[in-house]
Ligand binder design. Structure first.
Ligand code: PLP
Length: 357
């Protein structure tokens, strides 16, 4: 890929085959389980050229070395294995429910001593870091939209001798680059903005180019090979195909979100808007109970009533409909993933649905 400083240009060109005459412009999907002996990879649980293409694009964007996983949770579980058995894990009390459940499980089987913190309360997080092995950060958090002070937390964690992992799914590498702020590992549910079309489940972990980051890379690569949490080549290819337009999708989704915020703020049945000030994810609370919030979700025609986020289509969901969602999430909270449709269409649809409260 030519040297180019803009993420937009890098997204379009990263991970392509070398420009030899006659070479394919788009990388092929390499469907194989094994490779002729004596090459860099012998068996496809250890590597695949289609993974490499996706990884080089994501690594380039985050400023580190990427490893693709079967899902975001696959990447998170691998990153959690950076904690020595029985070590102290400082983790957000409210975060993506899958992460909250995984942290509970690590604690229940004695794999980690867990200190749960309000990730937006910097002093509280810093106070919990003494003797910690790993600080896990999600920012903004899913679905409460809390924002962590990444530079302060990373500095304090490193001073305490802890590694720092950041779930950067909501921000995307376009809006936040935790490795540049000193984090050791970043993870994404590539199912969301990176792929961007709600057609693939995929994850990625990216390690820093520091000594600690390189050690983390080796651990994660070993974990992936040993636990077999690997992505299919077709999924990696879809991830790379999605990445090509991420800058345009994110730009449009953010502009749509920014236009919707003041309208939601002044809407009579919206009692609270949670928006971190950037990105295209937000949550609202409606003037009513769980049923009122469910009526809103059931009444949209353009906004898709479905779980997940970060697709081209706008999506909404009352998060507490899921039994595993932390009870710190209000019953009447609706999470909105703003897509790339026409914003006036989005508003007309959402405001008629809000009338059902
Ligand atoms: C969806 C999500 C995950 C889990 O990713 P999967 O690809 O579904 O396994 C992790 N973190 C956040 C913030 C998410 O939104």
């Amino acid at each position: 890929m030519p040297d180019a400083s803009s993420p937009a240009t890098r997204l379009v060109h990263a991970g392509r085959p070398d420009p030899e005459p006659g070479a394919a412009v788009s990388p092929p999907v390499t469907f194989t389980s094994t490779f002729h002996a004596d090459g860099p990879v012998d068996y496809a649980r250890g590597g695949n050229p289609t993974w490499t293409a996706f990884e080089s694009a994501v690594g380039d964007l985050e400023g580190g070395d990427a490893l693709v996983f079967a899902s975001g949770m696959g990447a998170i579980a691998a990153a959690m294995s950076l904690l020595a058995p029985g070590g102290v894990l400082v983790a957000p009390s409210t975060a993506y429910s899958g992460t909250v459940v995984l942290v509970d499980e690590l604690e229940a089987r004695g794999a980690a001593v867990v200190r749960r913190v309000d990730i937006a309360d910097t002093a509280a997080v810093v106070a919990a870091l003494d003797g910690a092995g790993l600080l896990w950060v999600e920012s903004p958090t899913n679905p409460l939209m809390e924002v962590a002070d990444l530079p302060a937390l990373i500095a304090a964690a490193h001073a305490a001798g802890a590694l720092v992992g950041v779930d950067n799914t909501f921000a995307t590498p376009l809006l936040q680059q935790p490795l540049a702020l000193g984090a050791d590992v970043v993870v994404h549910s590539a199912t969301k903005y990176l792929s961007g079309h709600s057609d693939v489940v995929l994850g990625v972990a990216v390690t820093a180019t520091t000594e600690a980051g390189r050690a983390a890379y080796a651990t994660l690569a070993r974990y992936r090979r040993g636990h077999g949490a690997i992505a299919g080549p077709m999924e990696a290819w879809l991830g790379l195909r999605g990445l090509r337009t991420m800058h345009l999708r994110v730009e449009r989704a953010c502009a749509n979100a920014a236009a919707l915020i003041p309208r939601l703020d002044s809407h009579p049945v919206v009692t609270r808007v949670r928006y971190p000030g950037f990105g295209a994810m937000l949550s609202i609370e409606v003037d009513g109970d769980a049923e009122a919030a469910e009526r809103v979700c059931a009444a949209t025609r353009i906004w898709v009533h479905s779980t997940s986020l970060g697709g081209v289509e706008s999506q909404l969901e009352r998060r507490r409909r899921h039994a595993l969602e932390p009870t710190s999430v209000p019953e009447n909270l609706i999470r909105l993933s703003v897509g790339i449709e026409d914003v006036e269409d989005l508003w007309r649809d959402l405001s008629q649905a809000l009338d059902r409260v």
